[in-house]
Design a protein around this ligand. Structure first.
Ligand SMILES: Cc1ncc(COP(=O)(O)O)c(C=O)c1O
Length: 476
């Protein structure tokens, strides 16, 4: 087959182009972000012609790679400080490449024995970081064992949905067949990610039954006010089945008081879910582990490896203290897949929304295996240290305000006091092309938001950013 004959030479074209791309991005010889209109890009990339005629190989591939990479958002550029997506480790990227080439969708073991074993191993690695009990895959078959378990899903939003489904199945098992009894409530933090409300609606509970927990001035859960809320809901005939805490929140990256919240959940028989999609990285850091103290008290946790662990998107873990809650979350049968088999490995499919699922564990394993645990710990420390140092610097600048001292690699600040001004500053920064940052609403104000994902960022980049923001402010 000709496409296989070209494989080696095309791989060389692609890897050479990517190598140049990373070097160029690191050297900042190109803008961090270009946003040509889609129509113009379609023409430039010759999409119409290539789809009709085919022939993407050799020199045509070389040209395509050049045009494509020229119009990507460069996460390896140290002006990239926008969103919670990893600047990937090259070994993790190779994991995605190998997975794409072998195409072993390992939801069932026979469709990817190595990928499935790796996912099982890496899930156990994550569970052990939380402090939960794990067993090797061959012992999974004992239904009476209450060891922890998990699965990798395509992103944190799907992971939250899966965890809340496990909660619903554990707390209201009859929901699956009977439907919603009509009085169920899920409590979420003020600063929760939007996927939480969405999940509650998708699960058929109704968005209005996703109720916001009391919060302090900074948006952290105010645990001592929860009992009164529970009492008021009970009087209205409502039943709280799950309560969610952040570790950490999306906007400003703050950790909720996990031990206090967990105690209330235990006392009231409420499922305790922790969204550690972003902040789970603290589990790897002796310096910052204290922030996530109490995570082991949860019933379920989600943790995105494609955020702070340098793993290519997407790779998110749903982790439960008792594996049976995940195994029973989806109580549906697919006879062609779920039947007694003589096999040496584990089938993940009964634990996921997905049927065909990428071998996500490989990109995670290859990243961790390249960096080692101490390399990852240094990475997490470096990103958080960077945010703290940058906050101290920005706080000292005239006309600048920092929202709160960072607890993770997220930093919110403002230049001037007008909300629209922050949006305009960002727009002009992006236009200049040296920096790509985001904004967020936090404490009812608009803030410029930096997310330090790229380990190459230094204080020089932060100082240059402040200078540009000042220049833009002066222009306005
Ligand atoms: C706290 C938190 N939870 C969940 C998510 C959703 O994760 P994903 O983007 O992988 O779907 C995010 C994304 O930023 C997040 O910050």
């Amino acid at each position: 087959m000709k496409d296989i004959q070209n494989f080696l030479s095309d791989t060389e074209i692609v890897s050479q182009a990517l190598n140049d791309y990373i070097i160029e991005s690191k050297n900042k010889t190109t803008p961090v972000l270009k946003q040509l209109p889609s129509e113009e890009l379609s023409k430039l990339l010759n999409l119409d012609n290539l789809v009709k005629e085919g022939g993407l190989t050799g020199n045509i591939l070389k040209k395509f790679m050049s045009d494509y990479l020229d119009n990507t958002t460069r996460l390896h550029h140290s002006g990239y400080m926008a969103h919670q997506v990893a600047t990937t480790h090259p070994m993790g990227a190779l994991g995605s490449f190998i997975d794409g080439t072998t195409n072993n969708p390992m939801g069932i073991n026979e469709m990817g024995p190595a990928a499935s074993s790796i996912e099982y191993f890496m899930i156990n690695w994550m569970l052990e970081k939380i402090g939960w009990r794990t067993v090797p895959s061959y012992q999974q078959l004992d239904p009476s064992s209450d060891h922890a378990g998990g699965v990798l899903t395509h992103g944190g939003s799907l992971a939250n949905l899966t965890a809340l489904l496990a909660a619903r199945s554990a707390m209201v098992p009859e929901f699956w067949t009977e439907g919603n009894p009509g009085n169920l409530i899920i409590l979420v933090p003020e600063q929760s990610h939007y996927s939480m409300k969405r999940s509650v609606a998708i699960l058929g509970l109704g968005e209005k039954n996703c109720i916001t927990l009391p919060a302090d001035h900074d948006g952290r859960i105010l645990s001592h006010e929860i009992p009164a809320l529970l009492q008021a809901l009970k009087q209205k005939g409502k039943r709280v089945i799950a309560l969610v805490a952040n570790a950490c929140g999306t906007a400003a990256g703050l950790y909720d008081p996990l031990p206090e919240v967990s105690k209330i959940c235990r006392e009231h028989n409420i499922w305790f879910h922790i969204d550690a999609a972003h902040g789970g990285g603290a589990l790897l850091s002796k310096k910052y582990r204290h922030l996530i103290q109490g995570i082991e008290l949860a019933d379920s946790v989600i943790w995105d490896a494609h955020k702070m662990l340098r793993v290519p998107a997407v790779c998110a873990a749903v982790l439960v203290r008792d594996h049976r809650h995940l195994d029973h979350a989806f109580t549906q049968e697919a006879s062609y897949l779920f039947h007694k088999k003589d096999q040496p490995g584990f089938d993940f499919m009964p634990r996921t929304v997905e049927c065909t699922k990428a071998g996500l564990g490989l990109r995670l394993f290859m990243t961790v295996a390249a960096m080692g645990e101490s390399g990852l710990e240094n990475h997490v420390n470096l990103l958080v240290d960077m945010a703290i140092q940058a906050a101290e610097y920005i706080h000292q600048q005239d006309g600048f305000e920092v929202a709160i001292s960072p607890e993770t690699n997220i930093l919110c600040f403002r230049c001037g006091s007008d909300d629209d001004l922050q949006l305009e500053i960002r727009r002009r920064l992006l236009e200049r092309g040296n920096f790509f940052i985001s904004t967020t609403l936090y404490r009812e104000k608009r803030w410029l938001r930096l997310v330090f994902m790229n380990p190459s960022i230094t204080m020089n980049d932060v100082r240059d950013l402040v200078t540009e923001v000042r220049e833009i402010r002066a222009e306005l």
